[in-house]
Design a protein around this ligand. Structure first.
Ligand code: 13P
Length: 259
């Protein structure tokens, strides 16, 4: 089973429109000599206010090397939901991927497993790809609750999805204690956890589906860590925060993930 790697940059709440355009332009310039077939799928996820302009910048080059992602969405199509954006609206500005269930959204904005499941369904119904985040806190890890916690997050997020929909989805394993701390999860341990995620997916679908789903690692990914991460059997790429905000480090991660 070959799974095409993905490197996704989650820009979080950074960058004004002009900064976002400059960053994506610089990434594209640095990748201009690369053959698209050798590269992983590359996704950048700017703030909402930059999506339209980043999409225009990506399209101008027409090389198709960079895909647009959003950092969140709402599951309803439209209506009186002040401050929210639907999957259709995000598709309208060029998004192909939507990150959901990030631990920052679960933690600061009280997003529940049920909401994340509704978002996954809305994204897939609109022909987009959800990047579904899961991951344990330090306390859960120390209490040996990592595997049970992640299994319950995955089961809830994928509840009611067809095998085909599960196969299209991307999972990002992001241990909360590794996010923005500089403490990367050991690659072998990340791989073990990701294999556990595949087991959970096999239980709710089947082995073929579990083997086809792309599962990323996220949490202090840097140019120096990506090679070892990508050398693992079950890690299919990375969801990158801090290191995606500088063109050079993001491009180094992308190139480090080349097969
Ligand atoms: P860092 O790479 O900054 O640790 O962030 C990871 C993350 O949360 C990506 O979604």
């Amino acid at each position: 089973m070959t799974r095409r790697p993905i490197i996704a940059g989650n820009w979080k709440m950074h960058n004004l429109v002009s900064d976002s355009i400059a960053l994506v332009q610089e990434i594209m310039n640095k990748l201009s000599d690369e053959n698209i077939n050798d590269l992983p799928t590359i996704v950048v996820a700017p703030v909402y206010t930059s999506l339209y302009s980043v999409n225009e910048t990506i399209n101008k080059c027409g090389c198709g090397k960079i895909k647009l992602g959003a950092q969140n969405c709402y599951f309803e199509e439209k209506g009186a939901f002040t401050g929210e954006e639907s999957t259709q609206m995000l598709k309208d500005v060029g998004c192909e991927y939507i990150i959901i269930g990030h631990s920052e959204r679960r933690g600061y904005f009280n997003e529940s497993d049920e909401m994340i499941n509704k978002k996954a369904k809305a994204i897939l119904n609109n022909g987009l790809i959800p990047i579904i985040c899961c991951g344990e806190s330090l306390e859960q890890r120390e209490n040996n609750e990592t595997d049970t916690h992640i299994a319950s997050q995955i089961k809830a997020a994928l509840n009611g999805l067809t095998n085909e929909e599960i196969e299209k989805s991307v999972i990002a394993y992001e241990p909360i204690w590794a996010i923005g701390t500089g403490k990367t999860c050991d690659a072998i341990e990340a791989n073990r956890t990701i294999k556990e995620i595949r087991k959970t997916i096999a239980q709710i679908s089947n082995e073929n589906t579990a083997q086809a789903v792309r599962i990323l690692y996220g949490g202090s990914v840097k140019p120096e860590t990506i090679k070892e991460q990508m050398a693992q059997s079950d890690i299919d790429g990375a969801l990158v925060g801090g290191a995606s905000l500088k063109a050079q480090s993001f491009v180094d991660i992308v190139l480090g993930a080349k097969k």
